[in-house]
Design a protein around this ligand. Structure first.
Ligand SMILES: [Zn+2]
Ligand SMILES: [Zn+2]
Length: 449
């Protein structure tokens, strides 16, 4: 793909994009770069990293969706927002940046549309559950209005800094982000990985490995490798086929963005696409992914998968899906809402639930695995159908995390987006290999000279 260059030349970035004048931030030492971890430090969720030198850049600004929702620290005054991908643990608080201030946000085109879909859904849920919203629709609109779409390998020139987005191999539009000063003699190439996967998936090639001086990496699976993906897919397809042969429904809860499309492709390749029904937000997410074929590796495969599948549009379609042996691909992936809760209580005895992603502690998916129970409208319900979890993770496993670090060859490695145990483990092991490492905690600052 040929590189595109986007240039925002004047001294204040916001002036270029939004025509709003804001004061420059003065730092004590000219070449000092300061990183502040607003969230996602020694935890998974609410990622946010503030990089300050002559300008303030914010990488991601998400929420932590645990048993209760947690938010990152206040970002203060920033000059530009750089978004790695659409998942809410990275994008969930982006509209809150658009209070009275307006600023440019940068990321790929599918990231903006997929984030908008997920953010609107989170607003809807907050309203339904009478929870306090952290931003309003007006701020959502402002965020989208000031979003600048960048292609992979495209370069943005931002008042003395350049920023590049490269394929992270995680979901449609996901990017590792490289930021560097354009003229400084002691330039530091700062690479922020967001979430990445090195091994290819059906619809994504592995992440681009980008050289860096300072690497801020995710650490989600610092402790283990994923099992062989091809073997899991074979097992998954065989077990679904057995359910169909016994006259049951295979209920596949999926995350709308990323996993949903990957599962549809798997079912097509496994020869099962004729029996597939697609319901819930995964439909809208898939339409967005289709709009940007240049951001997936096999757009034809996704098209073919969809052509054979039936889209559920109303209740009568749901009844049809349940009345015959079928595969129901629907949201939500952790069973905390969406049409999956309608299906799960109406399955016949030959049916089975196939969980296709990590289940956060406290979610219905997690309690179903542990105790066979879910919470439905405040009441505990026992689910008698068998349930099984399949590891289709879109994150790098342990060996790939180390490989990425070694090949990116930074001097400094900062480990985030992982539990306290995992970020410290990765930092400690890389320290043993001669890298200068950190596993910062929530709110911690690191000064880079
Ligand atoms: Zn993600
Ligand atoms: Zn993440």
């Amino acid at each position: 793909m040929s590189a595109k260059i986007y240039i925002f030349l004047s001294s204040s970035i916001a002036d270029d994009v939004c025509r709003v004048r804001r004061p420059l931030i003065l730092l004590i030492k000219k070449d000092l770069m300061i990183l502040k971890f607003l969230g996602g430090a020694q935890e998974v969720g609410r990622s946010g990293v503030l990089l300050s030198d002559s300008k303030n850049f914010l990488f991601d600004y998400g929420v932590k969706l645990d048993h209760k929702t947690e938010y990152p620290m206040d970002a203060g005054r920033i000059d530009a927002f750089l978004l790695s991908h659409a998942h809410l643990d990275h994008s969930g608080m982006a509209p809150a940046l658009y209070n009275e201030a307006v600023l440019p946000s940068f990321g790929t085109a599918p990231t903006a549309e997929l984030a908008e879909l997920l953010l609107n859904d989170s607003l809807k849920i907050a309203r339904k559950e009478h929870k306090q919203e952290k931003f309003h629709r007006r701020q959502m609109k402002s965020f989208i209005k000031h979003y600048v779409s960048v292609e992979y390998s495209g370069r943005v020139s931002l008042g003395g800094h350049s920023v590049e987005f490269h394929d992270a191999g995680h979901i449609s539009g996901s990017a590792v982000i490289l930021l560097e000063r354009e003229k400084a003699k002691d330039n530091k190439r700062v690479l922020y990985t967001g979430d990445f996967k090195l091994q290819g998936q059906l619809l994504h090639d592995g992440a681009d490995i980008v050289k860096s001086d300072v690497l801020i990496t995710e650490s989600t699976y610092a402790y283990k490798d994923h099992p062989d993906r091809k073997a899991i897919i074979r097992d998954f397809i065989d077990k679904i086929r057995a359910v169909l042969q016994n006259g049951g429904n295979a209920l596949l809860p999926v995350f709308a963005v990323g996993r949903g499309q990957e599962i549809l492709a798997m079912l097509y390749e496994g020869g099962l696409a004729d029996s597939v029904y697609v319901d819930g937000m995964v439909k809208a997410a898939t339409q967005i992914v289709r709009k940007y074929p240049q951001f997936i590796s096999k757009p034809d495969l996704l098209e073919k998968s969809l052509k054979k599948a039936s889209l559920v549009v109303d209740r009568s379609d749901r009844e049809i899906a349940l009345s015959e042996p079928s595969i129901i691909v629907t949201t939500a992936g952790m069973l905390n809402g969406g049409p999956v809760l309608d299906y799960i209580t109406r399955l016949n005895d030959s049916s089975k639930i196939f969980l296709t992603g990590y289940q956060i502690e406290g979610t219905n998916g997690s309690t179903l695995l542990k105790s066979g129970k879910i919470n439905l409208d405040g009441k505990t319900r026992r689910i008698t159908n068998p349930v099984e979890l399949f590891d289709f993770s879109a994150h790098a496993g342990m060996d790939d995390l180390y490989r990425y670090v070694r090949e990116s060859s930074p001097n400094v490695v900062i480990c985030m987006h992982g539990s306290e145990e995992n970020t410290k483990l990765l930092a400690e092991k890389l320290d043993g290999e001669g890298f200068k490492t950190y596993a910062p905690g929530f709110g911690e600052r690191i000064e880079l000279e």
